[in-house]
Design a binder for this molecule. Sequence first.
Ligand SMILES: Nc1nc2c(c(=O)[nH]1)N[C@H]1C(S)=C(S)[C@@H](COP(=O)(O)O)O[C@H]1N2
Ligand SMILES: [Mo]
Length: 319
Amino acid sequence: MIIKTNKAIPASEITDPLVFQQRRKIIKALMASALLPGAIGSVSANTASPLRWPALSRSKNSVDKALITDPELVKNYTNYYEFSFNKEDSTELAQKLPTDNWTVEISGEVEKPGDYQLEDILSWQSLQEYVYRFRCVEAWSMVIPWVGFPLAELIKRVKPLSHAKFVKFTSIYDPDSMPKQRINAMLDWPYVEALRIDEAVHPLTILAVGMYGDALPKQNGAALRLVVPWKYGFKSIKAIVKIEFLKRAPMTTWHEFAPSEYGFYANVNPSVPHPRWSQFSERQLGSGFFTPRRQTELYNGYGEQVASLYSDMDLRHFF
Ligand SMILES: Nc1nc2c(c(=O)[nH]1)N[C@H]1C(S)=C(S)[C@@H](COP(=O)(O)O)O[C@H]1N2
Ligand SMILES: [Mo]
């Protein structure tokens, strides 16, 4: 694989035909909802890139923009086991996933259950850019400028009942487009993940609909994915079609597959090794051959914001 670091290209200049259709649809939804009154002007004013995302403000929790990983790497090196067990093939395979008219079912211990159109969910939100570190349990990392909104905003809107203690997320089940869902080897489908409710409403936790100023590529989890930057990447579930509010912790995909290797919490922690490898350091995607590995930080560097969620817990036991 060719690794290049190209920090000179602004996200707004990158046009990927694969995301063209979806991006146009999201912009249409945003304009229809009158959320971004400047959108029409800024879209038509730039003929060179007429469909780029309207200017977004950046979340104050963002890390330095100069650290952002080359988008070509992020789009072509993905973990998406419904499509492939390697990191290159989903780029193409995932394009078969239908992501139009995306609906999210909200259910369980909640005042306002129902099937919600993604367009409607977006019309309640103002989107922002969140430049977050992203650390996979396999000890590689990236820095990604997501476009999204706090999960807390959606949760407030649908009003969980007071005894809802966990939020469960389910990915799409679509064996017609997802070849690995047709074979029952290894993982149980659909992919599921969950958070404790206080983790879910934490301001760092977002739902993403885009990255690099564009719509989310299908291989990166379109139409809607979770991003929890202080946890290992497998918690950041892609292609969410269902969000459930529960009294008890549900079983989750990787935890069920190998409970001794993948915990429910999956908080990034350099001093709790994976049984088969160290988590002490990480390979930064896009860094040069001679660049040293980055020393992994507790909670992926977000400890100041999230450590209080776990103050009474033994992190070795609840890994
Ligand atoms: N539905 C689904 N969500 C998923 C995965 C997956 O295979 N299926 N892989 C997870 C893992 S292991 C990681 S590291 C991240 C990778 O996100 P990326 O491919 O956009 O970098 O997505 C997570 N979410
Ligand atoms: Mo991962």
